[in-house]
Design a protein around this ligand. Structure first.
Ligand SMILES: Nc1nc2c(c(=O)[nH]1)N[C@H]1C(S)=C(S)[C@@H](COP(=O)(O)O)O[C@H]1N2
Ligand SMILES: [Mo]
Length: 318
């Protein structure tokens, strides 16, 4: 048996909300300073160029599953990220993932299924009808964004593998390659990053694998070339740069739950009524605006997903 020993950081060091608040007010201040110096148009210009640097994708808008709330800017969505494989600061992934090669890329589907196999991401994109879904993303750290993803409904991928009736859960794994993901050279998490969903959650029509953003190919810092999006759960469930989707019988352990089980559970459904042990989950700050807003049950998707948890004690199964 192999026992992995990694120096774990204290859970108290992972997210400290006051650091976040301090950083935001600093950003606000510098944006004001720049604006008053007449530099705003220049920033907007470089933002646009960067977006145009990404190849465009063909897609259809899905209005039924999209919010009409104001979308966050490309700069917000691609400059304020959690992606520990590329650093623990929100500004690290944009810089450190710049030269990451996300192609060619294969996703393995295996475990309890009839048709296991390796799927090339560009084949999947070519064979799928990509949909734009404008979703809210609500991080467990109490900030949120509105993001226009381009994605493939996960149930369409899962059907290709023909899972067995024994498959009750789905386990997702991020690429493990410390040569390409510098954060993996530190023992801060037990790499590779892992996540899990119950089978019905994975098959739910709201659950997608995103391959793009704002009509363009997914930038590296957002989890290129393919990442999970589960909009009614805290952001950490939406695992990035996925290489494996495995059908399993038992509830898989996810990375944050493994690190701090008293703070992060398997379900991680957005729930304003169950506080994180170290802070309230009642409200959230929409990135780019100053005032906090009320967090909604299941991140506002209660009508669509609430019935899946009707018999679950959400205090116990946080
Ligand atoms: N592999 C991997 N996936 C990850 C993370 C990570 O550190 N590594 N961070 C998660 C967290 S905490 C959040 S909030 C979202 C952030 O996604 P975004 O940067 O596209 O907004 O990615 C999630 N997926
Ligand atoms: Mo997060």
């Amino acid at each position: 048996m192999i026992i992995k020993i990694s120096p774990k950081i204290k859970s108290s060091e992972i997210t400290v909300e006051k650091d976040y608040v301090r950083r935001r007010s600093f950003i606000k201040y510098s944006a004001l300073t720049l604006a008053s110096a007449g530099l705003k148009p220049l920033l907007a210009q470089s933002d646009k160029n960067e977006r145009n640097g990404q190849p465009a994708l063909k897609y259809q808008k899905n209005k039924r599953y999209s919010t009409t709330e104001k979308q966050n800017s490309w700069a917000d969505i691609t400059g304020y990220n959690n992606f520990y494989e590329f650093g623990t600061d929100k500004s690290d992934p944009k810089r450190n993932a710049r030269n990451f090669k996300a192609r060619p890329w294969k996703v393995r589907m295996d475990g309890l299924c009839q048709k296991p196999g390796d799927y090339d991401v560009d084949d999947l994109i070519r064979e799928s009808e990509l949909e734009e879904r404008i979703y809210r993303l609500r991080c467990v750290e109490a900030w949120s964004m509105v993001i226009p993803w381009l994605g493939i409904p996960l149930h369409k991928l899962i059907k290709k593998a023909v899972p067995d009736s024994k498959a009750r859960f789905v386990e997702f794994t991020t690429l493990h390659d410390p040569g390409r993901m510098p954060g993996q050279r530190s023992g801060i998490l037990d790499w590779p990053y892992r996540e899990g969903l119950r089978m019905d959650e994975a098959m739910h029509p709201l659950t997608i694998m995103a391959v793009g953003l704002y009509g363009k190919v997914l930038p590296n810092q957002n989890g290129a070339p393919i990442r999970l999006i589960v909009p009614w759960k805290y952001g950490f469930k939406s695992i990035k740069s996925v290489v494996r989707i495995r059908f399993v019988e038992k509830m898989p352990l996810n990375t944050w739950q493994q690190l701090a089980p008293q703070e992060y559970g398997f379900y991680a459904n957005v729930n304003p009524n169950v506080d994180h042990p170290r802070w309230s989950q009642k409200r959230e700050r929409r990135i780019g605006s100053f005032f906090k807003i009320e967090t909604e049950m299941f991140n506002g998707y209660a009508d669509e997903v609430g019935s899946m948890y009707a018999s679950l004690d959400l205090r116990k199964w946080y």
